[in-house]
Design a binder for this molecule. Structure first.
Ligand SMILES: [Mg+2]
Length: 215
């Protein structure tokens, strides 16, 4: 069942955060603190107000950064550097996942709403360096984040990905809507399944899922 629906796949696209490492590493907690601090400093607002703004921007614009850029004209480059300046000591190398990714037939990509340099650091900490044909961050989509359709179109064009021959792995169900509409296989990687029609597969064990694809 699984091998059949992935047999045509030639481009394997992975989100980074909470997809290529387990959410228990809680990296996003560190990033969130830095984002809130950044909003407080830059917009001179209280912590409560900064959290409220971030929640609003996430809902309306997809990410805190997209809201900051559209509503406040924020320069994304120093922002991305600052919020991703976090400790990766909670990450450990994952040989099983590395094996699963290395064995996938075709090209392999990382596409994150974080920055590409941050993705490189995370991949190194997970023992996944050198396995990917391209690593794309939000800066590679003109700072348009997933789930904007233009963001996927920009990155897929740069990477030469034909969505009809692609599969996308993501922990955020929202970010699978456009890939599904573009004709990709969609895999939701998370502890809890959501039953939405744009999600083809769910797994809480990415390594095990990849191993089953390759059986
Ligand atoms: Mg993620």
């Amino acid at each position: 069942m699984i091998p059949d629906s992935f047999r045509h796949v030639r481009a394997w696209v992975f989100d980074l955060d909470n997809t290529l490492y387990h959410p228990s590493a809680r990296l996003f907690d560190q990033i969130e603190v830095r984002m809130t601090d950044w909003v407080m400093r830059t917009l001179s607002v209280t912590r409560d107000h900064a959290d409220h703004l971030r929640a609003t921007y996430w809902r309306l614009h997809g990410t805190t950064l997209a809201g900051l850029m559209r509503e406040h004209g924020v320069d994304p480059v120093p922002y991305l550097e600052d919020v991703h300046d976090i400790s990766l000591t909670h990450l450990t190398p994952d040989a099983e996942l590395a094996r699963g990714i290395a064995n996938l037939p075709g090209r392999r990509f990382v596409y994150t709403n974080g920055s590409a340099p941050y993705a490189e650091r995370v991949l190194a900490a997970r023992g996944l360096s050198g396995l990917f044909d391209g690593i794309y961050g939000v800066e590679n989509a003109d700072f348009q984040p997933k789930p904007d359709e233009t963001a996927y179109r920009t990155v897929f064009a740069k990477a030469g990905i034909d969505p009809a021959e692609g599969a996308m792995f993501e922990d955020d169900p929202r970010n699978l809507l456009v890939p599904h509409a573009m004709g990709m296989q969609t895999v939701h990687v998370a502890g809890l399944a959501t039953h939405e029609s744009h999600i083809h597969y769910h797994t809480d064990d990415l390594s095990g899922f990849l191993a089953r694809i390759l059986e």
